[in-house]
Design a protein around this ligand. Sequence first.
Ligand code: HEC
Length: 258
Amino acid sequence: MERLRYAALALALLSTGGGVALSATAPPSPAAQGVEGDLATARMLAAMLQSARGVVSAHQSEINDPATGDKHLPGRRVLAEAVDRFRAQTGLDPNAVDPKSYAGRLLRAQMDAIIEVMDANQTTINQEGVGFKGFIPATFARLVNEAFERRVGGEASIKVTAPLPLVRNRQSRPDPWEVATIADHFETANWPKGELFSQVTGEGKNQRVRVAVPEYYAESCLSCHGSPAGELDITGYPREGAKLGDLGGVISIQLMPQ
Ligand code: HEC
């Protein structure tokens, strides 16, 4: 189901991205194409972030191993594994998205950011004799989003935030739109689990497409975010007392195509 939706969106995206009309029958209106394309772009950016975070998570015990030095996790390798996961999740090849299109530019900036953050943290993760190094998926994702912002900040931004009582890093606090999205949509009883929320906000040159993707706690999150509430986890933060399946965070994407 999820794959099909990606495929349909990708088709819409790829067929509009090339700028070549394949048939003379009435195409969707430019506005409809725009929103559809932006949603496809946002889904891809969220999927790439999740994929890369998943790679770091899969290698967490190696990263935390005090007995080995070189973990053999340079940026290129992490990106290659992230692309494999992205393909499995979406059925799309990120390298096939036209690099000159808006989506293609953003996706490449994000992939470059993944490489940059891994390469910049080699000394940390390859340090022998130290177990836990603080290099965890959430921190990695925040650094990737910051590196993305440095590349294409005028065109798009990606942030991982959370319901206010859960926020650990002050930089990740939700803005008013994110607070409202969480309260009025994601935390309502009938919100379909995993469904994103999107809205066009602002006017003129402040107009942007905002997309929020909810994320839920899995078993693997609870060693840090679970119980007993208040007791410090391995990272030194107090545990939130969260439960499996609770809303744990939101990937918040802003698109400002020019
Ligand atoms: C090893 C402990 C640990 C695990 C396991 C862990 N987290 Fe976190 N999480 C943290 C820390 C520490 C931060 C703050 C990172 C930073 O400085 O940006 C964080 C930040 C976050 C944030 C960003 C907002 C904020 O609070 O700053 C979200 C969302 C989040 N975690 C969700 C999850 C989810 C979902 C999982 C499981 C898939 C998970 N975490 C697993 C420790 C953990």
